[in-house]
Design a protein around this ligand. Sequence first.
Ligand SMILES: Nc1ncnc2c1ncn2[C@@H]1O[C@H](COP(=O)(O)OP(=O)(O)OP(=O)(O)O)[C@@H](O)[C@H]1O
Length: 858
Amino acid sequence: MNNYTPMIQQYLQVKSEYADAFLFFRLGDFYELFFEDAIRASQILEITLTSRAGGSVERIPMCGVPHHAAQNYIETLIQKGYRVAICEQTEDPKQAIGVVKREVVRLITPGTIIEGKNMDGKTNHFIASAEEIDENCYAYAYLDLSTGEGTSVILTGTEKNLIQELQALSIRELVVPEQLFVLLSDLAEAHSILLSIEETKLELNTNKLFVEQNPIDVHGVCHRLVTYLHRTQKRSLDHIQPFKFQEREELLTIDFHSKRNLELVQSIRGGDQKGSLYWLLDETMTAMGGRKLKQWLHQPLANRTKIEERLEIVTEMLEAYFIRADIRETLKEVYDLERLIGRISFGTASGRDLSQLRQSLIQIPLIKEKLKESAKPALIKAANNLDECLELLNMLKEAISDHPPLSVKEGDIIRDGFHARLDELRYAKKNGKDWISALELKERERTGIKGLKIGYNRIFGYYIEITKSNIHLADLTRYERKQTLANAERYITDELKEKESLILTAEEESLVLEYSLFVDVREQVKQYIPQVQKLAAKVSELDVFSSFAEVTDHYRLTKPTFHDGLDLTIVNGRHPVVEKMMNKQHYVPNDCVLSSEENMLLITGPNMSGKSTFMRQVAITVIMGQMGCYVPAEKALLPVTDQIFTRIGAADDLAAGQSTFMVEMLESTYAITHATERSLLLFDEIGRGTSTYDGMALAQAMMEYIHTEIRANTLFSTHYHELTQLEKHLDKLRNVHVAAIEQNGKVVFLHKVKSGPADKSYGIHVAELAQLPEPIIVRAREILQELETVKEHESKGKQSTVNEQLTFFQESKKQPEEIKKEPITDGVLSSIREIDITGTTPMKALQFLYELQQKIGK
Ligand SMILES: Nc1ncnc2c1ncn2[C@@H]1O[C@H](COP(=O)(O)OP(=O)(O)OP(=O)(O)O)[C@@H](O)[C@H]1O
């Protein structure tokens, strides 16, 4: 029977409310963990597991971390996907009667952590909530707690699509009602998303959350999310901005796989930023700009007017070269306004944060001036949109000192002249200190001891120190001995005591007053939160535009022209990232022309020739253009594309336990069911994960369907040369190939896209390049030759060449009678299956064989 001490009982009570979190229980200078928490945490954090008596028969497992070093340990746990509840002492232990009162002051989770070494300034850190609003229809909302930016979305699709969309936003925590928790738990776990339950939905200040045109369907999720944040964060969340509803029609939708395949923010190999489009495009000067650029990469526009507006600003930025350079220099001085505002809202901002806010605001008039100086209409408009927040700036200028320290309790935050009483106290303090310096001089003169000094320590206060060798020179009747050191004595005098108390009282009082003045100022800044947030949004956009102009200069980009039709013409297009990575080799530019007459290209060519690079570069051109950025081509005429779907490369989904082929089929299904004639489809080697005929049949059927039903701009690459025959049957399909030539028995890739199908597969050459062992290469050549001989014979003689098989497949819909030949073979098989071998004589067996031969027409 356990008879726990009152403190352990208190612990158990709190823990029962936070069963799914590690409870960091404050005991003096430590956070302690007990019982099961202690055992697990000691393993994960590699800290010593001890135990303590707690009133029970057995000792209680325990481990702890010093409170000042807790942040690192907390981050480690959060990084691994756990929750941490911080339980603090909420009364002064000296005043406590019985056990000190304790309360959980904050629940930290993967979605709500806002500071730490894993928080990259240029990356948003979102938490999301979701609800099912209809069959295969979800509403979700996501928000960056550090900046207060929220977005709401309605998604038509399965729960898998939902999870994938969240994964594309790198969301690590999803807040759901219980019923959805059950449905999503496996999927979420497979994608490392922590599910949290929030049943209640407070009707929180509705107007504030929804000034934008959010449909009713998303109100629930937004409220659920904010309720969860209030419940767990237990502090002011004034910086949460109205959720913006994502109008799908206004944006170019790029599904999760395509974002990955196209390496928009991460490279596929290694998963880091290097090698991604973001890596190429990011020349932003501020963290806010970096985050904005990522948002635009995730969601390019699909509204021609808006795209053209952005392009116009970039054009003007390009023309105003020197002004742009100045603006970029000035932007360097602008701190992360959004996260500063977040800290102000939480009440965790320091004096230094306020001085950074001031420093940033000081830059705004300079930026405005530069923009106006350009005398360019779009830049002038941008300047007019920048609000200098003058009232706030003046307040910060008046209140905050030039170089406030990080600590908020050690003074030096408030500027002289801001508050009369503070000035008085500071004067008294200063005066007292001056008096002491004067006393030091006076005492030296009086005693003739040069080395006499007046010092201060926390225990004894001010003292006069005289080394032992000089003591005989002093008139000790005036001094009272305080402390004896090895080689000196320390004394005080009544006068000194009096001044000391004056100085210390003034000091203490001024620190208390200064802190409260600082908190006041910080509170007052809160009323400017929306204003600063609006400014931050504008500044970050400017930063992105200037970054676009920079990359245009660096990588020879061109302004694309958009039109309302569907034709797409790219002249001498390039894949900018592949080009940048190529390291001095020459990138071969290629054209891509898709028109209403021919909107489907079937691309053939040897492995490694550049088929997928070509397809990717078309998609990347479209994405860059619709972000409002110039594009990597000599000329580009683009339609406004609504969605991009890709099926490129071997994107494995092993976490979800699916085979590569299954993933390929799922992605294809998703593309085919969602695409419209305004979409861009990129299919790379569909069907290669199964047997040749299966694969070919599927590829062809898909092409036919896209060609006649969807009619979207499509690039299709294949190794099945037989498919090139389709050009005869599908009038909008055109064959192109990526050229390669053979030189001295070796393949040379030209990387040039040319009309017509490729005539040869160079697989063995590529294998040779990859240094597959010589005997295998030699043997492969032999086999290839044999196969080609057989193929030749067959085509001269009987019916079943691959090409004709294909034609048969194509026409199978029209000629059902041909299919009827199949059951004959079926009949043969079933007779063989049914024969009773033990009851069959040799003679009967021979007869049976003869009949079979007749059936199959020998
Ligand atoms: N236009 C180009 N100019 C120069 N080099 C190129 C070009 N396109 C591709 N390459 C080079 O060729 C390599 C292979 O390209 P890619 O992966 O597109 O080939 P692929 O034909 O799709 O190959 P596979 O059929 O094996 O998938 C690229 O990594 C790049 O280095």
